[in-house]
Design a protein around this ligand. Structure first.
Ligand SMILES: [Zn+2]
Ligand SMILES: [Zn+2]
Length: 221
């Protein structure tokens, strides 16, 4: 909570934070800044009304950000769900690629980029940073990028399943599909991947790729 309050005080004076059980609520006007400009309230180029819900176990739990002013049309092409839930970023990818997972880094990084993108889209009809598809196809694309592999669902699922294991076994079939066992093929590449994408992150990826399947622990090759 102190971390949240400090971040808001520095960068987002129009937001306020309150605690509700295990959840921290952040509400008010989010100020959007141009990329790479030192945040200063009078330098904001737009404001969006938001409500953010974070758990005290942040960053282990992905925060939710809702646009509550009705400024963004609730259509998939605008990367927002009907209830106003914004797809700010692919959380697992952010965990894997960002060095700093503090709340302040999230507030000024992915959230700003999202609303800057929305602001830009309102003006030009285009996304400034390129775009992934909304929903599962975008998720698969993002995870493939994070793993550095081709975006094919079957291969992606197999890689992610391997990465959920603490120590991938050498006798498993190599995920490259070459037919060899891991120990005779891409074991080294997989171990490098394993260092970037730890099992807990891989398990979250698997859950999101297979939202219907509860069980992700047993792999069963
Ligand atoms: Zn989206
Ligand atoms: Zn291989």
């Amino acid at each position: 909570m102190e971390e949240v309050k400090a971040a808001i005080a520095f960068d987002q004076p129009k937001l306020r934070a309150s605690v509700d059980g295990q959840t921290i609520l952040v509400e008010g006007a989010y100020l959007v800044f141009e990329q790479d400009v030192i945040a200063a309230p009078d330098g904001a180029i737009a404001e969006f009304q938001i409500r953010m819900e974070l758990r005290v176990v942040y960053p282990r739990h992905e925060p939710k950000v809702f646009e509550v002013g009705g400024r963004i049309p609730r259509i998939p092409d605008r990367h927002i769900n009907p209830d106003g839930d914004c797809c700010i970023t692919v959380w697992e990818n952010w965990l894997v690629t960002a060095n700093d997972h503090s709340f302040r880094s999230f507030l000024g990084g992915p959230i700003n980029e999202y609303f800057l993108g929305q602001f830009w889209f309102e003006r030009t009809g285009k996304w400034p940073f390129g775009e992934r598809e909304h929903g599962t196809p975008g998720l698969e694309e993002a995870y493939s990028d994070a793993l550095g592999i081709a975006n094919r669902r079957k291969s992606l699922l197999y890689h992610v399943r391997l990465l959920t294991q603490h120590w991938p076994k050498g006798h498993w079939p190599c995920p490259c599909g070459g037919g060899l066992r891991l120990r005779h093929c891409h074991r080294h590449d997989l171990m490098t991947m394993h260092q970037r994408v730890p099992p807990n992150v891989a398990r979250r990826m698997l859950r999101k790729l297979n939202p219907d399947k509860r069980e992700t622990r047993s792999v069963g090759f």
